[in-house]
Ligand binder design. Structure first.
Ligand code: V47
Length: 415
């Protein structure tokens, strides 16, 4: 199968400090590039070697299915999780990634606003929420404080504001409508990706509206799309243990369905690395795939690595890099209809996110300034990255950085 990868290997090596000087440069300063398409004998040899490796690891039938455009099923997915040859799984995922995006890797310039951490839900994995407004560490920003976060960045070329909040029992609906209107007044061009499906369900129940009415009113106030948060694990066994008192799987999916019907896009996440089984991970992916078959409105699937500090599941170990690479790879293989697999570097760690670019991932989220949910749960990743930082870490990994907006329109190729 022809692979459309075109990677500037020498430049990547130079960026990584692996080679020095200008040796190998073409006249005019351009670095030589390595085009797999023009290396047919080598490709045939590589694929031959890979075929026998896939045969040995028991994945050849899955590779054949992928080549024939046949969808993978629950059994295939669980076998991909069980297969000891992580690189073989990654190789298959990388092939699917390159079919869709070649070496391109997307990111955006965004900020996170978490306007309140007061939350009536008692999710076992959460280190961010405080039950009562007066509890130690509880906060609720005034609207001016929320808007100041964007005003303070007027000079930055931010294209997205991502808002996620706790489920606050006392704020009026107007708070959220005004929050959106104010952000749009400050930056009419910025995309507002705000409120998880769980928040939408909470608003509907609290303010006596249908989910669709809530979405419609928020859209009129400036909402542009929905983030993927709140999905956790769709399997009822896990959901009832982890987060029994927030919106269930069917309602989460239905809110995304309605979001798409109203003309907006959304993402779907999966919180992994705690009590879920491999089957439950694959089941989660299949439910996201079924939603996408229906609506086509899911832009990205985002596996979120569980962080155990300061929450009720703190006795559990954090997922390893090997598990993280595999989850992203299997997601790429199962979700044949979702365009982008995102590694949220804040959760995975920067180095693992970089490596994941060869395990099915084509998106690194963004600069993510002001994130708190993961940092309160023990994430040791930087508070934010600059667009230059992200471009460099993508290039060093041998991929091509593409700054995008939330809807994947290209903002800059030379970032
Ligand atoms: O739903 C909470 C997760 C999510 C922990 O749509 C935790 O582009 C790990 O959804 N360890 C919110 N995860 C964040 C989110 C998100 C992130 C990046 C991009 C997008 C997008 C969405 O954070 C929650 C929950 O699954 N979370 N606590 C924790 N201790």
């Amino acid at each position: 199968m022809a692979c459309r990868l075109r990677v500037d290997v020498r430049q990547a090596q130079r960026d990584a400090g692996l080679v020095g000087g200008v040796e190998g440069r073409l006249p005019g300063g351009a670095a030589p590039s390595y085009d797999v398409r023009s290396e047919a004998p080598r490709e045939a040899e590589t694929f031959g070697t890979m075929r026998s490796r896939l045969e040995t690891t028991g994945l050849l039938d899955i590779a054949d299915k992928l080549d024939a455009g046949i969808r993978l099923d629950l059994d295939d997915g669980t076998r991909l999780f069980a297969c000891p040859d992580l690189l073989a799984v990654g190789w298959l995922a990388n092939r699917e990634r390159e079919k869709r995006h070649a070496g391109q890797t997307f990111f955006n310039h965004n900020i996170r606003i978490e306007a309140t951490n007061v939350c009536v839900a008692s999710c076992l994995f959460c280190s961010f929420a405080r039950l009562q407004p007066g509890d130690d560490g509880a906060y609720t920003l005034s609207l001016e404080e929320v808007w100041d976060k964007l005003r303070a960045r007027q000079h930055q070329s931010i294209t997205e504001v991502h808002v996620v909040n706790g489920l606050h029992p006392d704020l009026p609906f107007d708070y959220y409508l005004e929050l959106l209107r104010g952000l749009k007044r400050i930056r009419p061009d910025v995309h507002l990706k705000c409120f998880t499906a769980v928040e939408i369900a909470f608003f509907a129940d609290l303010y006596g509206r249908t989910d669709e009415q809530v979405l419609t009113e928020l859209m009129a106030a400036g909402l542009d799309s929905l983030p993927g948060g709140g999905a956790e694990v769709f399997a009822e066994r896990v959901r009832s243990k982890l987060c029994h008192d927030k919106c269930g799987t069917e309602r989460y999916l239905d809110i995304h369905r309605t979001t798409h019907r109203l003309g907006m896009r959304s993402n779907v996440t999966m919180l992994y690395g705690h009590i879920e089984t491999a089957e439950e991970r694959v089941d989660h992916m299949l439910r996201a795939r079924a939603l996408q078959d229906e609506t086509g409105g899911v832009q990205a699937f985002i596996p979120l690595a569980f962080h155990p500090d300061n929450n009720q599941m703190r006795k559990l170990p954090a997922p390893t890099a090997a598990d993280t690479l595999r989850v992203h790879a299997v997601a790429r293989l199962m979700l044949d209809n979702v365009p982008h697999i995102k590694a949220f570097w804040v959760a995975t760690g920067v180095e693992t996110a970089q490596t994941a670019l060869w395990f099915g991932v084509d998106d690194l989220d963004g600069t993510v300034q002001e994130e708190q949910i993961y940092h309160m749960a023990g994430a040791r990743t930087p508070a934010a990255l600059t667009t230059d930082d992200i471009s460099r870490l993508i290039r060093v990994a041998g991929r091509e950085p593409v700054e995008r907006d939330t809807l994947y329109n290209v903002v800059s190729m030379s970032a």
